[in-house]
Design a protein around this ligand. Structure first.
Ligand SMILES: [Zn+2]
Length: 296
């Protein structure tokens, strides 16, 4: 090859490699496309089938995607942010639970900041029966990824006790046991799903921690750390819609297993569905989008 053509060849090759590198980087760093959630919709008619004693209204589940707005949460090595991953997964969890006949609301449905105190207050305002806070972990470089689920266990001489009125404290003690059972079901279901994709992932188990979002509510509440975003393989898996969908399905199945164990119900009766529709005015005033997000 003549010298000039050889130079041109190497120049072109360098340009191609450089462009390919930039494209690969952009693809890796691109945000995921987060799914959306219709806050005002109710459970679908086909979910309204009975298999247990009658209830008067559907169980209300508040899903809390962690972080949001200026708080990105954990950030993966490729730039994927916890706040977007958990929002997408949370909305998918909401879809699944709603399809099973549960009434579902969320502390945020978009990328916005919600104060921890407001997340807990929303649970009270919306008269939620369960609170599920959804997170993905951050770990030091080269740490082996794990799954863990937290709940709050108040103790008699616990320093948090002073934050509660005596009746609230009593309710908290009674609720802690239910939170633990909920955490166990969620942990088991999520771990099985994550491990199916990565057998390296280990079980860090159900743990107690006084996270504000957990200790400030008097309903069964858990905080799930689904996997570890800062591990490169997990980050690239979390970029996949199908994987996020499966994590959501697993978590929803864990919640459902808990509810079935607790109540003996698997879904709503058509009558109950009707009742839910009849009381939609009341329901939507509590579960409407305007009440979601930080209060002024
Ligand atoms: Zn988090």
């Amino acid at each position: 090859m003549p010298r000039v053509r050889r130079k041109a060849f190497w120049g072109l090759l360098a340009l191609i490699l450089f462009t390919a590198g930039i494209i690969a980087h952009l693809r890796r760093a691109a945000p995921i496309r987060v799914v959306s959630f219709d806050e005002t919709a109710g459970p679908p008619a086909q979910a309204l089938e009975v298999s247990g004693p009658l209830r008067t209204e559907p169980t209300r589940i508040l899903i809390d995607p962690g972080h949001g707005g200026r708080d990105p949460g954990a950030i993966g090595p490729g730039g994927l942010m916890e706040k977007e991953v958990v929002l997408d997964i949370s909305i998918r969890i909401a879809w699944h639970l709603r399809a099973q006949g549960y009434a579902v609301s969320m502390t945020r449905t978009k990328d916005e900041a919600v104060a921890l105190s407001n997340r807990a207050r929303l649970a009270e305002e919306k008269e939620a029966d369960l609170l599920i806070s959804v997170h993905v972990n951050a770990l030091p470089v080269n740490a082996r990824p794990f799954v863990e689920t937290f709940y709050f266990q108040p103790r008699q001489r616990h320093r948090y006790r002073r934050h509660y009125a005596p009746a609230q404290w009593e309710a908290k003690l009674q609720t802690a046991d239910r939170s633990r059972r909920l955490a166990e079901q969620v942990q088991q279901a999520v771990l099985a799903e994550v491990r199916a994709h990565n057998p390296e992932v280990f079980d860090n188990g159900v743990r107690t921690r006084g996270f504000r979002v957990l200790r400030s509510v008097s309903i069964p509440a858990v905080l799930a750390e689904l996997t570890v975003l800062t591990v490169p393989e997990e980050e690239s898996r979390l970029r996949d819609d199908a994987y996020r969908g499966r994590l959501a399905e697993a978590l929803a199945a864990g919640v459902q297993a808990y509810l079935e164990e607790e109540t003996g119900h698997t879904a709503l009766s058509p009558d109950e569905g009707q009742l839910w529709m009849d009381t939609e005015d009341t329901a939507s005033s509590v579960w409407a989008p305007s009440t979601v997000g930080p209060s002024p």
